[in-house]
Design a binder for this molecule. Structure first.
Ligand code: ZN
Length: 356
């Protein structure tokens, strides 16, 4: 079971809206939290936010623990004469998850406007051939002029509302954006845990921008931090609701993500991750994904960077009703703490030399 404090933080980070390119509201919250724990903010021109706690050791290696700030969502593309908003998706969203959902638009001054995604009444035969571009986002505006005079502009952010709920006495959680507020939460938990612990490396924790549209923020923040090792926190799509025999079970422990579209994992780092899980009695499961994570960008930075994913799985990923297992979150935290407590210059050098 997670503590009240942990649940409160998860609620806070899932309920802030941040789509690719419009992450500043969440970035601001993360920055303030990092400062609370004595971490010095590090950022770049795209807006990724990290905090660093420097080691007392000279020329210490740099370890980066990274979630991503953005969630999938929409941008205002057009306003119809009837006052409906038409959108473009930011990130992978299937249209059949959207009809009659409640949505939230953020105006330039930060005001939130509530609306719905229009659906055809059953009386008129329901829907066929759904396309996100054709959906009517209805915020109650009676005309185009009405929408414009209320401050609606092309490019503004819309997300599907997905309130935070504790399910089954705390065994599971439901909310929007666990991909990747799991990572944001975990990064902040590491800042909190290691705030007063001396480490043999510079610890960078935080989150990137624009992961969902192609690992863009990861590329630019790597140039600032230049890590020796990057540990990427993310939520991967569970498969236990598709087939019992497949990889990715809720409650099955951390994912040993050996392969995805963006990176072939470093076997020596996977072994290290497994050893750390075993040392703290945490279950793990092998996982491959047709998607990618920021590790795909980090490991290709400069002359190549050691990168490891530290993921859990979630059901209904990229919808407003994502379900995660709290024991997975707890276990992922235990293993991550163990890994960070075990890592040092010699270990990192050994991992690097395994490839040479
Ligand atoms: Zn993600």
């Amino acid at each position: 079971m997670l503590t009240k404090r942990e649940l409160k933080l998860l609620e806070k980070v899932t309920q802030i809206d941040a789509i690719p390119g419009i992450e500043h509201e969440l970035a601001k919250f993360v920055k303030e939290e990092l400062k609370k724990y004595g971490f010095t903010p590090v950022t770049d021109n795209l807006g990724s936010i990290f905090g660093v706690k420097k080691s007392k050791e000279k020329k210490a290696p740099r370890i980066m623990v990274a979630g991503h700030l953005d969630e999938v969502g929409f941008m205002v593309r057009d306003i119809t004469e009837m006052g409906f908003i038409r959108v473009d998706a930011r990130g992978g969203i299937t249209p059949n998850t959207l009809l009659s959902s409640r949505v939230r638009l953020t105006l330039d001054d930060g005001t939130k406007v509530i609306g719905s995604v229009g659906a055809t009444a059953p009386h008129y035969g329901g829907e066929s051939d759904l396309k996100i571009e054709n959906l009517d986002f209805d915020f109650g505006f009676i005309s185009k002029e009405d929408a414009l005079s209320n401050g609606v502009r092309v490019g503004q952010m819309i997300v599907v509302d997905g309130p935070f709920e504790v399910l089954n006495g705390g065994k599971r959680l439901l909310a929007k954006a666990f991909d990747n507020r799991y990572g944001v939460f975990m990064a902040l938990e590491m800042a909190r845990y290691f705030a007063n612990i001396e480490l043999p490396f510079d610890l960078y924790v935080g989150a990137t921008v624009q992961e969902e549209v192609g690992l863009r923020g990861a590329k630019t923040i790597s140039a600032v931090i230049n890590p020796d090792l990057a540990i990427v926190l993310d939520c991967s799509p569970a498969r236990d609701n598709i087939s019992k025999s497949e990889e990715g079970h809720l409650g099955g422990g951390i994912l040993i993500r050996y392969l995805d579209r963006s990176m072939i994992a470093f076997p020596e780092l996977l072994t290290f991750q497994e050893e750390c899980a075993e040392a703290v009695n945490v279950p793990y499961q092998y996982f491959s994904s047709p998607g990618g994570t920021d590790a795909g960008a980090f490991h290709l930075h400069a002359t190549g960077v050691l990168a490891l994913t530290h993921c859990i799985c979630a059901r209904s990923l990229h919808t407003s009703a994502t379900v995660v297992d709290t024991s997975d979150i707890k276990n992922a935290k235990k293993v991550l703490i163990r890994m960070l407590k075990t890592l040092n210059r010699d270990k990192i050098n050994k991992f690097k030399k395994a490839r040479r």
